[in-house]
Design a protein around this ligand. Structure first.
Ligand code: MTE
Length: 305
């Protein structure tokens, strides 16, 4: 079992972006800085270490692109809606319950999650089932470090995730049954690439990108990367997932990126990187096959899509 390293990060090390932007606006008296301060109310800088698991050599998407073109159905079904509708989403205080088949179930405050292990900056490709993709410098650490804290028992074969849901804060939620739920097999969840993500572009996550804590699973279609998590449950049976419940014919449990298996309504062979005109070839397991293919050896990936 992996044991989390001693934290090298303290909350006191981070300056709320609101404060330094306000300071800048006050000193310079610039209307532009004031506008910026209003726009980015919640994000704070994070101290990170470099990661050995970074995907190198590809141009990053911009924060602007990644925070204005989102799927987050709790805040509306169109991709420009979450940036607007999630603006006042309250992400503090925040508690994540890690429970189920484990020896030490417990609740973690977001501050405890931030301090549990060194925060790594990991650049990952992220491929949406709708055939667009992005490259993002995410911040977090392997989910395995959090799971090790609760000591999964031998009964635990899967991990179920659940997103926060409050209709008063999410009046525009539509298109799915809420709360949003997702799941992984335990060995997938323990894979080092499975990132428990608390930030991007050097800062905490904007609400529309899943603040304050989400998953990023770079070898799977984007919808597996559940946002704004409040519950993680270890269990024996395969968890229900939102998209599979909505349309089992189109969305399977595994949802590994696979250019050889078409979505019933469109091809998965190519994708468009946000901001680019020409399409590019989609890679098996989104290009992470050398690291994750072993998880699925012997499985029929057409049947287990
Ligand atoms: N998580 C929740 N709670 N609700 C959602 O609607 N959408 C998923 C996933 N996580 C979604 C979610 C889908 S379809 C995608 S493609 C990714 O989030 C998008 O992540 P991004 O907005 O950071 O690009």
């Amino acid at each position: 079992m992996l044991i989390g390293k001693a934290p090298d990060f303290r909350c006191s090390e981070i300056t709320p972006k609101r404060l330094y932007l306000n300071r800048r606006a006050f000193l310079g008296g610039l209307p532009l800085a004031l506008a910026g301060a209003r726009r980015a109310l919640a994000e704070t800088r994070l101290t990170t270490v470099k990661s050995g698991l970074t995907t190198t050599g590809e141009k990053l998407n911009t924060l602007q692109q990644v925070s204005t073109y989102n799927n987050f159905y709790e805040f509306g079904i169109d991709k420009d809606m979450p940036a607007v509708n999630a603006r006042n989403f309250r992400t503090s205080p925040w508690v994540v319950s890690v429970e189920g088949d484990c020896a030490r179930p417990r609740k973690f405050s977001i501050e405890e999650i931030l301090a549990l292990a060194p925060l790594e900056e990991r650049v990952y490709r992220h491929r949406c089932v709708e055939a667009w993709s992005i490259v993002v410098p995410w911040i977090g650490y392997s989910l395995s470090k959090l799971l090790a804290q609760v000591q999964p028992t031998s009964k635990a074969r899967y991990v179920a995730f659940e997103t926060y849901f409050d209709r008063r804060q999410m009046p525009h939620a539509e298109g799915l049954d809420f709360p949003y739920v997702e799941g992984l097999r335990l060995d997938e969840a323990m894979h080092p690439l499975a990132l428990l993500c608390v930030g991007m572009f050097g800062e905490t996550l904007p609400p529309q990108d899943g603040a304050p804590v989400r998953m990023v699973l770079p070898w799977k279609y984007g919808f597996k990367s559940i946002k704004s998590i409040v519950k993680i449950k270890l269990q024996g049976g395969m968890p229900r997932t939102s998209w599979n419940s909505q349309n089992a014919h189109e969305y399977g449990f595994y949802s590994n990126v696979n250019p050889n298996v078409d979505h019933p309504r469109w091809s998965q062979k190519t994708e468009r990187r946000l901001g680019e005109f020409f399409k590019r070839q989609t890679l098996m397991f989104n290009g992470y096959g050398d690291q994750v293919a072993g998880l699925y050896s012997g499985m029929d990936l057409r049947a287990n899509f």
